[in-house]
Each structure stands twice: as structure tokens, then as C-alpha cells.
Design a protein around this ligand. Structure first.
Ligand code: LLP
Length: 415
């Protein structure tokens, strides 16, 4: 069941007509469905219920406080990659004891902040980071819970920009040195070996790469156990893909079943860090059609949203489904490129699409919840988009549209 459906000729989010949202809040606007978010959270929780687990929502995929707060209330943990994300989680009512901190470049200051608020686990990504964590833990006189992010050399078979588990990626430490690093960590009184961490990539539409990675992580787990180094949790990261066009990713239940099977006799918790699959299809981005024109035989539909609001098509050539929130009885479909107002040739939302559109129509870009608003910017001095959450027949503005003064309020002129 989807919560973005046509009733008659109008597209709705739950019980609210999307054209009404566009009228009330203006465009561009990100519109989330609370019921869809709740359903996705439940699906992930349910998929791991046979084992002690922690679902850590990857905050980078969608960092709005209302989204984080909803997840926190339903008991999820979080995966953060910066002090800013950790502060967001706390500001939204999340529990730092359920937060894991990933990232290749954590600064000493960020590590200090994370340890001072009682982070669940620091996912260490290099030998030098171990030294920094030791220094900070000694300074604070605490025992730091840590995992090593191990790069298992597995091909996630996804876009090269979002593939992270190959030997030539900057992420994690290689399998070869992980064992020795764990021995070093185990000897440090101010460090506690908490887990083994791994994240091989994003938008994976097959369950095979993660199973291959799990086998490699389990081999390390066994080796550590024999050495007397006990692991509390195995973190298999995020990466489960979604349907943007015709992809058929497994459900969370199908995706994690072989992993749970492999862990069933082990006294170890499983952590996961889903981002995209939690939020992508719980949201649409609404944009208004401003103009249409024909250039050299190509039909362009020009909207009021662009790559500053949603950068995925420009950055990765991502396909995002675009539909009209109003189905017209008259007129006919034309093949068109749907573009934005930004002064860059890759400022497009979709290419060669068939749409029946009139000026003033509200288009909906589906699957916009993940890496949509969280990657938006003010490029071309455009205001960051407004965000709205729908709960049945009610709407809540969960992020006001910026004012222009907001954009330059921290700048100053030489006197
Ligand atoms: N854990 C770690 C350590 C990560 O780096 C990521 C994503 C996740 C979890 C969540 O992965 P997910 O479940 O969302 O696949 N901007 C790109 C995606 C970048 C992913 C970065 N890391 C896009 O729009 O496709």
C-alpha cells in the first residue's frame, strides 16, 4: 500500500490533495507522509526482531528534526557522520546511547563531543583515528566504545560515487590489517571493543553483496573470538535500495534473512544503518511548471525547482519518477526534458519523459525523501525549500522556507 495515490484525477499524500499543499505552502516543497515513514520503520524493526538489534537511521539521508523525532519516538537509533548530525539527533529528542558515529575524518573535537554525550559506538576508520580516540578518552577519563569499519573488498554493484566497499575507496580499514588493529584496541584500557562495522555502498538492489560482506566480517569475528576478543555487535551498515523506476530490491525481511541465519548461533547483536530505504519513497518534491518551450526540436518543461533543491539527477544521473499531480482529460503527452531555473546545463530533473502538462501544473518528483532536502543548497541564491509532513488529513510545516536575508545573514561587507 502506498500513501501517495490518485483519487480521481488528483494525486494525494494520505488524505491531502497535493495541489492544495502547493497552494498553501508554495513550491518547491518537500512533502512527507508520516504513515509511510512509520510503515518503513516498522518493516526494518520487524526484519531483525529474531535477534538483539539496533536500527540506526542514517541521518545524512534526511536530517529534518521532525523526521528524526518521529524515528526516535518509535525507538530507532541513528548513524551520524558529523558533530552537526549528532547535535541534530539530540535536538530532536534522540538518545545518544543509540547513536553510532561513522566517517573517515572525525576531528578530535567531534570525538570529544561524541564521547562526552555517551555515544553508543565510534566506528573508527583508520589507524590514526585510534590514536586520536585514545588521546581524547584519556583526557575525558572515559572508556570509549569502538568498532573498526572494515572494508571487505566487496563490489556493491552500484553507482561508483556511492560504492564504498572496494579496496580503492577511502572508507574503512582493509581486512588485512583489521585483525592486528583489533589486538591493539583490545590492549588499550581506555578503549572497549564493541563491534565490527561495515558499509559497502548504497542503492543495492540485490541481496548478494551484503551476504558476501557478512561472510568476510564473520571470518574476522571468529578469528577475534579465538584470540579472546569478544564482539558485542556486528554492524552491516546501510545500502538497501529502493524503486526509483523499475528496480526490484528485496524487502528488509528478505534482505536480512540470510544475515540473521548466519548469526543465529552467535551471542552478538546486529546493527544496521538504513537511510534511503527508510525515507526515499516517503516523500515527493513538488514543483510548479513555469514555462514550456521548444529548442531545436526538443520540448522543455521549465519548473521552479532545480539542482539546488534536488541534486541527484545532476550529480549521479539518477532517474527520479516525475508525475503530474493533476491528470488532464484534454491535451496529450509530449516527450520532454523537465528542467530547473539554474544556470547549469545539468540542471534537470528528468530527460525524455512523456508528460501531459500545462503551465501552472504541479509536478511531483517521487522518491525524493532520501538525499533530497539534506543535499539541498542555496546555489544561485535560491532559498532552501520548505518541508511539510502529512498526517492523514493534516499538514505540518516541518521546515519553513528560508528568507532571502537568512541566506546572507552571516556575510559582511568590508568597511
Ligand atoms: N552508513 C554509512 C556509513 C553510509 O556512508 C551511508 C550512506 C549509510 C549508512 C546509508 O546508506 P543508505 O541506506 O542510504 O544507502 N547521496 C547519494 C547516497 C550517498 C550514500 C552515502 N552513505 C545518493 O543520493 O544516492
Amino acid at each position: 500500500m502506498d500513501f501517495f495515490n490518485y483519487k480521481g484525477s488528483d494525486l494525494y499524500a494520505e488524505d491531502v490533495k497535493l495541489t492544495e499543499i502547493a497552494k498553501q505552502y508554495n513550491t518547491p516543497v518537500y512533502v512527507y507522509s508520516k504513515a509511510t515513514l512509520e510503515r518503513h520503520i516498522a518493516a526494518f524493526e520487524n526484519s531483525l526482531k529474531s535477534k538483539k538489534h539496533l536500527v540506526c537511521f542514517a541521518v545524512k539521508s534526511c536530517s529534518n528534526l521532525a523526521v528524526i523525532n518521529l524515528m526516535a519516538k518509535l525507538g530507532t537509533g541513528f548513524d551520524v557522520v558529523s558533530e552537526g548530525e549528532l547535535r541534530r539527533v539530540i535536538a530532536a529528542g534522540g538518545d545518544p546511547h543509540k547513536v553510532v558515529f561513522s566517517g573517515v575524518g572525525k576531528t578530535e573535537h567531534e570525538i570529544e563531543y561524541a564521547l562526552s554525550v555517551g555515544i553508543n559506538c565510534l566506528n573508527i576508520e583508520s589507524e590514526e583515528e585510534i590514536d586520536t580516540v585514545i588521546k581524547v578518552a584519556k583526557k575525558l577519563n572515559v572508556v570509549a566504545p569502538v568498532a573498526l569499519r572494515v572494508n571487505p573488498g566487496v563490489d556493491a554493484k552500484t553507482h561508483p560515487y556511492i560504492s564504498t566497499g572496494l579496496k580503492n575507496n577511502k572508507f574503512g580499514v582493509s581486512e588485512e590489517i583489521a585483525f592486528d588493529l583489533y589486538k591493539r584496541i583490545a590492549k588499550e584500557p581506555c578503549l572497549k571493543v564493541s563491534g565490527i562495522d561495515c558499509h559497502i555502498g548504497s542503492q543495492m538492489t540485490s541481496g548478494l553483496p551484503i551476504v558476501e560482506a557478512t561472510d568476510k566480517i564473520l571470518a574476522l569475528y571468529d578469528k577475534l573470538k579465538k584470540e579472546g576478543i569478544n564482539i558485542d555487535h556486528i554492524n552491516m551498515g546501510g545500502g538497501l535500495g529502493v524503486t526509483y523506476y523499475d528496480e526490484t530490491p528485496p524487502s528488509p525481511l528478505e534482505y536480512f534473512a540470510p544475515i540473521l541465519e548466519r548469526l543465529k548461533n552467535e551471542d552478538v547483536a546486529i546493527y544496521i544503518e538504513p537511510g534511503r530505504a527508510m525515507v526515499a519513497n516517503a516523500c515527493v518534491l513538488l514543483a510548479k511548471v513555469v514555462y514550456q518551450k521548444n529548442n531545436g526540436g526538443k520540448h522543455f518543461v521549465i519548473t521552479d525547482t532545480g539542482m539546488n533543491d534536488l541534486i541527484r539527477p545532476a550529480l549521479y544521473g539518477s532517474y527520479m519518477t516525475i508525475i503530474n499531480t493533476t491528470k488532464h482529460e484534454d491535451g496529450e503527452e509530449v516527450v520532454c526534458d523537465i528542467v530547473g531555473p539554474i544556470c547549469e546545463s545539468d540542471d534537470f530533473l528528468g530527460k525524455e519523459r512523456k508528460l501531459n502538462v500545462k503551465n501552472g501544473d504541479i509536478l511531483a518528483v517521487r522518491g525524493a525523501g532520501a538525499y533530497g532536502s539534506s543535499m539541498s543548497s542555496t546555489y544561485n541564491t535560491r532559498r532552501m525549500p520548505c518541508e511539510v509532513m502529512v498526517d492523514k488529513d493534516k499538514t505540518f510545516e516541518i521546515r519553513k522556507r528560508q528568507t532571502y536575508e537568512d541566506i546572507w545573514k552571516d556575510e559582511s561587507i568590508l568597511n
